[in-house]
Design a protein around this ligand. Structure first.
Ligand code: FMN
Length: 181
């Protein structure tokens, strides 16, 4: 069984999460490859797929959304997991007491989850390094507006324990799937 872990990333934080998921799957007995989403043409050779993207301004990156739509029919027939790399900072809940992993779910998931019915989805804390050049006008404007506030805390907030635990859950589910297939 080969698992594809594929991802869309602007500044590398999501690449790191995808790589760690693939490494953890491999360490737990699943053969996993990690590939940028633009480099994936077809899914036939994979038995399971993990798809991740960074979230910007409440949205998944367009290549990830496009990928799911383009491959929806094939994805519906495979075990699939989705992840998003998003919230920044260390607060688990926002000012209204809501779980930030819930409030930062990318808007597209409301449509993509019923479309391909993934076995699981997960939001992970992300990373933001203002020294890296902004990509696109929207990011430039938001960065400038938030430079004097705390809305975009700088730093690496990725929780590797959380990422690895999720990847181990996937490895366990796939072991059961292989036995019953
Ligand atoms: C301009 C800007 C807007 C962002 N908007 C969101 C957002 O709406 N939701 C969210 O969860 N994270 C948001 N983030 C945080 C990024 O998703 C986070 O930094 C992510 O880990 C970046 O991944 P990448 O390095 O792979 O692009 C934003 C970051 C920036 C710089």
């Amino acid at each position: 069984m080969t698992v594809l872990v594929t991802y869309a990333s602007r500044h590398g934080a999501t690449t790191g999460i995808a790589t760690r998921i693939a490494d953890t799957l491999t360490a737990n007995g699943r053969d996993a490859v990690c590939t940028p989403i633009e480099d994936v043409d077809q899914l036939e050779e994979y038995d399971a797929v993990v798809i991740g993207s960074a979230a910007y301004l409440f949205h998944w990156l367009k290549p990830a959304v496009r990928f799911v739509h383009e491959h929806a029919v094939v994805l519906q027939d495979k075990p699939v997991w989705l992840f998003s790399s998003g919230p920044l900072g260390t607060a688990e809940v926002d000012d209204h007491g809501k779980d930030v992993r819930e409030t930062t779910r990318p808007r597209e998931w409301a449509e993509l989850v019923p479309l391909i019915r993934p076995r699981g989805d997960r939001v992970f804390f992300g990373a933001y390094h203002p020294a890296l050049p902004a990509v696109g006008l929207g990011e430039r404007v938001v960065r400038r507006l938030s430079a004097k506030s705390t809305t975009l805390p700088a730093g690496d907030f990725r929780d590797w324990g959380d990422v690895e635990a999720w990847a181990r859950e996937i490895a366990t589910e796939l072991a059961a799937y292989t036995k019953s297939a």
